[in-house]
Design a protein around this ligand. Structure first.
Ligand code: HEC
Ligand code: HEC
Length: 298
C-alpha cells in the first residue's frame, strides 16, 4: 500500500511539474510576441499642407479614429478587464505620444501597427489601414498635426498571466503586426465616386469584414457580448433597402424596416462619410455574390 501511495505521489508531482512547465513556456512565448521589437521602415510620403487636404484628413479621422481614441483624440481606457489586462488607446494629439513623431513614425503606427518604440500595437486596426493609399494616409497625418494638443497620459498596457496563456493558445486572433506584409508596396485608391471600386476600398479600410465575415455574409464581432454581424451581401436584408435606405440607416441608426442598430455597429462613425461615399459602399455590397447567412460557431 505504501508503495502505491509513493508512486501515486511521484506521478502527481511529475504531472504538476509538467503543467507548471507548460504554463511558464506559454507565458514566455506570449511575452516574446508582445514585447518583440519590430524594425519596419516605411517609405517617405508627401504630407500635404493645403486646407482641402487637411479637411479631407479630418473626415478620415472622424470616421476611422475617434471611436477608439476619443472625440478629442486624447485617448481612452479602451480595454479594462481585471482578469485579462488593460489597454488604453493612446493620446494621439500633439500633447501626447505623437509629440515627437516624424511622418515615418505616423505611418509606422498607421499602416504597420508598430509604435515609435518598435512594439506591436494591440487592437489598433492597422491591418485595415494598410490598404489606405499614400495620398489618404498623408491627409490623415496632415490633419493630426493640426489638432489641439491635450495633456493626458495613460497607464502602459499590461496583460495578465491568464491573458497571455489563452492568447498563446489562440483564443484571440493573431496580432495585426503579424498579419501585415511589411514589405509590400503601398496600395492605390480608386477615384472617388459612388462606384463599386471606391466602395470596395472603403469597406476594406473600415474593416467591415472584422464583424461581418470574410465574405461579408455574416460574422462574429471580436467583442464577446456583441450580436452577430448580419449578412451584407444581396442574400441579406440590404437588397431590399436601395441606396437611399442605406444612407438613411447610416445617418440615423435605424434600418428601413425600423430596426434600431445597437452600439456595436459603428454607424455613428460612418455617418461622417458623405452621401456619395455611403452610396459607393452600398454599390459594392450589392455587387457581391448573393450568399446565405454564414454558419457561425457560437
Ligand atoms: C479599434 C480601436 C482603434 C482604432 C479604430 C484606431 N486606433 Fe489607434 N490605437 C488603438 C489602441 C488600443 C492603441 C494602443 C495600442 C497599444 O498600446 O498596444 C493605438 C495606438 C495608436 C498609435 C500609437 C501610439 C503609441 O502609443 O505609440 C497611433 C499613432 C494611433 N493609434 C493612431 C490612430 C489613428 C490615426 C487612427 C485612425 C486612422 C486610429 N489610431 C484608429 C486603438 C485604435
Ligand atoms: C465592430 C463590429 C462591426 C463593424 C466594424 C461593422 N459592423 Fe455593421 N454591424 C455590426 C453588428 C453587431 C450589427 C448588428 C446590429 C444589431 O443587430 O443591432 C451590424 C449591422 C449592420 C447593418 C444592418 C444590417 C441589417 O440587415 O440589419 C449594416 C448595413 C452594416 N452593419 C454595415 C456595415 C458596414 C458597411 C461596415 C463597414 C463600413 C460595418 N457594418 C462595420 C457590427 C459591425
Amino acid at each position: 500500500m505504501k508503495k502505491v501511495l509513493k508512486w501515486a505521489g511521484i506521478i502527481l508531482g511529475l504531472m504538476l511539474l509538467c503543467l507548471a512547465g507548460t504554463v511558464l513556456y506559454l507565458n514566455s512565448a506570449a511575452k516574446s510576441r508582445l514585447d518583440k521589437k519590430y524594425e519596419v521602415q516605411p517609405k517617405p510620403i508627401v504630407i500635404p499642407s493645403d486646407s482641402a487636404s487637411i479637411a479631407t484628413g479630418k473626415q478620415w479621422v472622424d470616421v476611422l479614429c475617434r471611436g477608439c481614441h476619443g472625440i478629442n483624440l486624447a485617448g481612452t481606457k479602451f480595454f479594462d478587464v481585471p482578469a485579462l489586462g488593460l489597454i488604453c488607446a493612446s493620446n494621439i494629439t500633439p500633447g501626447g505620444v505623437a509629440k515627437n513623431y516624424t511622418n515615418l513614425d505616423w505611418d509606422r503606427a498607421l499602416r504597420h501597427g508598430v509604435g515609435q518604440d518598435g512594439r506591436p500595437l494591440l487592437i489598433m486596426p492597422s491591418e485595415n489601414f494598410k490598404y489606405m493609399s499614400d495620398e489618404h494616409i498623408g491627409q490623415v497625418i496632415a490633419y493630426l498635426k493640426t489638432v489641439a494638443p491635450v495633456e493626458q497620459t495613460w497607464e502602459p498596457r499590461r496583460t495578465t498571466l491568464f491573458c497571455n496563456l489563452i492568447f498563446q493558445l489562440g483564443a484571440f486572433d493573431k496580432l495585426n503586426v503579424e498579419k501585415i506584409d511589411h514589405t509590400s508596396p503601398s496600395h492605390s485608391a480608386p477615384k472617388r465616386g459612388a462606384t463599386v471600386e471606391y466602395g470596395n476600398y472603403l469597406v476594406r479600410i473600415n474593416g467591415c469584414r472584422v464583424c461581418h465575415g470574410e465574405q461579408l455574409n455574416g460574422g462574429k464581432p471580436p467583442e464577446p457580448d456583441a450580436p452577430l454581424g448580419p449578412n451584407l451581401t444581396p442574400g441579406g436584408s440590404l437588397a431590399q433597402w436601395d441606396a437611399p435606405g442605406f444612407v438613411h440607416t447610416m445617418r440615423t441608426g435605424t434600418t428601413p424596416f425600423g430596426k434600431e442598430l445597437n452600439v456595436f455597429m459603428p454607424w455613428k462613425e460612418m455617418n461622417h462619410y458623405d452621401d456619395d461615399q455611403l452610396q459607393a459602399i452600398y454599390a459594392y455590397l450589392m455587387s457581391l455574390p448573393k450568399l446565405e447567412m454564414a454558419e457561425i460557431k457560437k
